[in-house]
Design a protein around this ligand. Structure first.
Ligand SMILES: O=P(O)(O)O[C@@H]1[C@@H](OP(=O)(O)O)[C@H](OP(=O)(O)O)[C@H](O)[C@H](OP(=O)(O)O)[C@H]1OP(=O)(O)O
Ligand SMILES: Nc1ncnc2c1ncn2[C@@H]1O[C@H](COP(=O)(O)OP(=O)(O)OP(=O)(O)O)[C@@H](O)[C@H]1O
Length: 486
């Protein structure tokens, strides 16, 4: 999707501004020459809206999800827009073209703004966007490599990403620390994100990106610059001296308010119909986490996992992620079962709701958490659909919008987080909840194998002292062989 942010005004008859709204438009994009009719595009967008409305709201909670609405815009306006933004688009994203022919787009609230108000507020706003990725270690008995029970996918994937050149340096962030609910571990995770933001952290001030990676850029973290932006938010009366101490203090304050907002429960959600998946399943820490390694170095072997409050967005996200109960290794044969069935009965694709409609009936079928395979297509399909939800939750982002407020402004309806010299009203939302396509499952299966094999071959072998000495011997061997050949 292509995301553009707009501010528009409702004007009085005398043209003075009555209300200002700030919205985001999302346009579909496709590889060039992949022509879609306007009806197909409308249908696709309707599916996205329905999926947010009928499915993700149930999993994440009403107040965290903004499903948006479909809008029709003048074609001329869209064409001009496309011309204007084209030079700004990163090269890596230009393999697809924005849809300028259908006239349809999705309209969403601008989540870099506070979601407690409908209209633009002229007060400073800070927004932190976090893409937390998968926060648990697979507990499935279908996992074939022991390492997957010890090291999380994110930490393993880091090595492959650096090797492939996606990022220059590995990050010390581990999602299991962020999802632990333990403040010390969360603090470490957030600090690591601030050190190496990659595509997991962005910070906006008044809707403008001030920190984090613009695509294609290898941004070097400049905490002094960040602190300069943040100082008026955290130390409004300017009572802090400048310098590295000041920077550290401000970053600490920032991490504190993010942690508190992430642990807050701002949604009175429809619980009850979703059986929860015990979060205690599987290991609660990742052996590769730098936080864990530091503890082990200091002779401590027990990592605290305080657990997340049930109403907070991190908890909801983790629950949705854990719908991946079989791991891709257990899921892939079930996907093949559905595929085989569809080959025989292609007309059944719509009855099985593979591509929607994403309605209440679709949601109801997702509630069956049994893992006992009775050999049916129905069982396989439920697991495939649950896996797609889990994948979506593993790739979504969390937006935390914070706006400074005075003590007498804070009412009971507005959640508030306190810093040492200031206080903030805040809202927490989730974004990028487009259901992952059914067709991406074979890719997931292959990628999983690549990530694990790369890690075993290039990282674990070097970390493990026994493997490491074997590795060295092997290297020596190779040298000797070279000499013989010469
Ligand atoms: O597979 P992953 O974990 O690398 O996730 C992909 C993301 O990479 P990341 O690891 O976050 O750097 C990837 O992020 P980038 O576009 O590289 O920033 C996408 O979000 C991708 O989703 P889609 O296939 O475009 O719908 C994501 O793919 P899905 O696996 O969610 O389909
Ligand atoms: N409602 C919103 N309010 C504010 N910012 C938004 C909103 N929706 C998206 N964004 C910004 O746009 C970025 C990209 O959005 P999103 O992740 O939804 O696109 P995408 O569909 O994943 O794009 P692509 O298909 O290129 O991967 C987000 O990371 C966020 O910074």
């Amino acid at each position: 999707m292509l995301v553009l942010c707009f501010e528009w005004e409702l004007q009085k008859a005398d043209h003075s501004c009555l209300k200002q709204r700030c919205v985001v438009l999302r346009f579909l994009k496709f590889p060039p020459n992949q022509n879609k009719t306007s009806e197909e595009i409308l249908h696709h967008l309707q599916n996205i809206v329905d999926f947010g409305k009928h499915v993700m709201k149930q999993f994440f909670g009403e107040s965290y999800v903004h499903h948006g609405e479909i809008v029709q815009l003048p074609l001329d306006f869209i064409r001009q827009l496309c011309l204007k933004i084209q030079p700004e688009r990163p090269e890596s994203r230009c393999d697809k073209d924005m849809d300028t022919l259908s006239g349809y787009a999705m309209c969403l609230p601008n989540l870099t703004r506070l979601q407690t108000y409908r209209f633009v507020e002229h007060r400073p706003i800070l927004c932190i966007e976090i893409k937390p990725k998968c926060g648990f270690i697979p507990f499935s008995s279908h996992v074939s490599q022991e390492i997957k029970h010890k090291v999380c996918r994110y930490c393993m994937h880091q090595h492959l990403k650096v090797a492939n050149g996606k990022w220059k340096r590995p990050s010390k962030y581990c999602p299991l620390d962020l999802f632990s609910g333990n403040k010390q571990r969360m603090h470490f995770a957030l600090k690591s994100l601030l050190q190496e933001a990659q595509n997991n952290l962005k910070i906006f001030k008044n809707g403008e990106l001030i920190y984090g990676c613009k695509d294609d850029q290898d941004s070097v973290s400049d905490w002094n610059e960040l602190a300069r932006h943040l100082k008026p938010f955290f130390f409004p009366s300017n009572g802090l001296v400048n310098g590295p101490h000041c920077t550290r203090t401000i970053v600490k304050e920032l991490i504190h308010v993010i942690t508190m907002a992430l642990l807050s429960s701002t949604d009175a959600c429809r619980a009850g119909d979703m059986r929860t998946i015990p979060i205690s399943q599987g290991r609660s820490y990742c052996e590769a986490s730098a936080f864990n390694k530091e503890l082990v170095r200091n002779g401590k072997h027990k990592l605290e996992s305080s657990g997340l409050p049930r109403g907070c967005l991190l908890y909801k996200t983790l629950q949705a992620q854990m719908l991946d109960m079989l791991d891709i290794e257990g899921l892939y044969p079930l996907y093949n079962r559905v595929e085989q069935y569809l080959e025989e009965f292609p007309e059944e694709r719509s009855t099985l709701q593979i591509d929607g409609p994403y309605n209440e009936a679709f949601y109801e079928k997702l509630l069956d958490l049994s893992t006992e395979d009775d050999g049916t297509v129905a069982f396989a399909l439920t697991k495939v659909q649950q896996y797609r939800i889990a994948m979506t939750a593993k790739d979504c982002s969390i937006m935390i919008a914070l706006s400074p407020c005075l003590q007498d402004e804070c009412s009971e309806q507005r959640p508030v987080v306190l810093a040492s010299k200031s206080r903030f009203t805040f809202s927490v939302s989730v974004l990028d909840l487009d259901l992952k396509p059914y067709e991406s499952i074979p890719h997931q299966y292959k990628l999983d194998g690549k990530i694990v094999n790369y890690y075993l071959k290039n990282v674990q072998a070097k970390d493990d002292p026994v493997m490491s000495s074997l590795f060295k011997e092997n290297e020596d061997c190779t040298l000797v062989l070279h000499k013989v050949t010469l």
